[in-house]
Design a protein around this ligand. Structure first.
Ligand code: ZN
Length: 160
């Protein structure tokens, strides 16, 4: 078992209207002389999640951090679809549980490699939405998070 410490989010930087997935990425990465798809999970435009490289194997997606990370990629460049946001949220939550990690262990590629813009998402916003109970499509504002926390507290009181 690898010692996983980070979840790293990427985008393919392919045109948003290109409906590609594991097969195409696998070919691109083979063309680079790699063993094949360097990401562990792929989130297609329609929100379908495809398995890439097995999690037990070291990926090829973020220089200097491959050994202890899992790589997830959303297909596209400028605009992530609502379906992709939902799948990304679900997959990341699943990985955090599986590897006993916290939201702070979720990184965007650009946070680990200076000069990158990948995954072209606001990672603070993404981490904020992961801290809430419910998935919020565009990431919650600070006041929404406060409301959410109050709701959770009320619920606990109600249950008791
Ligand atoms: Zn990347």
């Amino acid at each position: 078992m690898r010692n996983i410490k980070k979840i790293v989010v990427h985008c393919t930087a392919s045109p948003d209207n290109l409906d590609i997935g594991f097969k195409e990425i696998d070919q691109w990465h083979k063309d680079r002389g790699w063993r094949g798809c360097g990401y562990h999970w792929i989130v297609r435009r329609d929100g379908t999640c495809e398995a890439g490289r097995p999690e037990l194997e070291v990926g090829a997606h973020v220089k200097g951090h491959n050994a202890d990370s899992i790589g997830i990629v959303w297909i596209g460049i400028n605009s992530i679809t609502e379906a992709q946001k939902k799948t990304l949220d679900r997959v990341i939550r699943g990985l955090l549980n599986a590897y006993n990690l916290s939201v702070e262990d979720v990184y965007g590629h650009y946070e680990l490699f200076v000069g990158k813009t990948c995954p072209r998402l606001d990672m603070d916003k993404l981490r904020k939405s992961l801290r809430t109970e419910e998935y919020l499509p565009d990431g919650p504002s600070d006041s929404e998070i406060e409301i959410n926390l109050i709701d959770i507290e009320n619920q606990i009181l109600d249950d008791e």
